[in-house]
Design a protein around this ligand. Structure first.
Ligand code: 13P
Length: 246
């Protein structure tokens, strides 16, 4: 069975003080030992978070660059993450795809750089409301994955996060049926395009207005293997979401 996975994406939120508080609360909390937990603070606070967070909870960057080093002002490399004991990165978050104009090929190239350098990837995919309403959801998310498939063969270090853009930060969570339908389609795609093993073993997690109220029902769906949590990861509700299977 796939291990349940919950990620907390702090986005561009927090300060030295509030992140120490969040980390301290997580350190004290009773977390389901069966759930894998990863938190993604802003880059500036990665080291602080790693230093204060207890062992067993991993830390993720929110982004990483695809070149090893050099004149790339403002970017962070895969080696620098590894050097700082940061074992995961998010990639392809819709906020970066839309606001920072990252395309499928660039996101896939960064995914390859991370995997090749030993960093695990939470690979985000998802459709806009307009794409959903014109029945393009499955085309959009599989095209996002296809760009990765063209560059990598080992999927064991990837967690796929399905995050419909219209559900992010809106309070409008996807229905369990809507989420399960896309997760099942992503798994079917992995089976057809990658391997039986990748389909069986890859965690596919849901993100978009996940809360302590809606997490239990979503977590019962056969193809939902966890969550990527934004706003609620900054609050005590995050612990309830981590423990949604208890
Ligand atoms: P919210 O949980 O705030 O909707 O954000 C989801 C998200 O984008 C996580 O990456």
């Amino acid at each position: 069975a796939r291990q349940f996975f919950v990620g907390g994406n702090f986005k561009m939120n927090g300060s030295v003080e509030t992140i120490k508080k969040i980390v301290g609360d997580l350190n004290k909390a009773n977390l389901d030992p069966k759930t894998e937990v990863v938190v993604a603070p802003p880059a500036l606070y990665l080291l602080l978070t790693r230093e204060h967070l207890r062992a067993g909870i991993e830390v993720a960057a929110q982004n990483v660059f695809d070149k090893p080093n050099g004149a790339f002002t403002g970017e962070i490399s895969v080696d620098q993450l590894r050097d700082s004991n940061i074992t995961w990165t998010l990639l392809g978050h819709s906020e970066r795809r839309v606001i920072l104009q990252e395309d499928n090929t660039f996101v896939a190239s960064k995914t390859k750089a991370a995997i090749d350098g030993g960093i695990n990837v939470i690979f985000c995919c998802g459709e806009s409301l307009e794409q959903r309403e014109s029945n393009k959801t499955i085309d959009v998310v599989t095209a996002q994955l296809k760009a990765v498939k063209d560059k990598i063969s080992d999927w064991s270090k990837i967690v796929v996060a399905y995050e419909p853009i219209w559900a992010i930060g809106t309070g409008k969570v996807a229905s369990t049926e809507q989420a399960q339908e896309v997760h099942a389609a992503l798994r079917a795609w992995l089976k057809k395009e990658v391997s039986d093993k990748a389909a069986e073993e890859t965690r596919i997690i849901y993100g978009g207005s996940v809360s302590e109220k809606n997490c239990k029902e979503l977590s019962k769906q056969p193809d939902i293997d966890g969550f990527l949590v934004g706003g609620a990861s900054l609050k005590p509700a995050f612990v309830d979401i981590i423990n949604s299977n208890l």
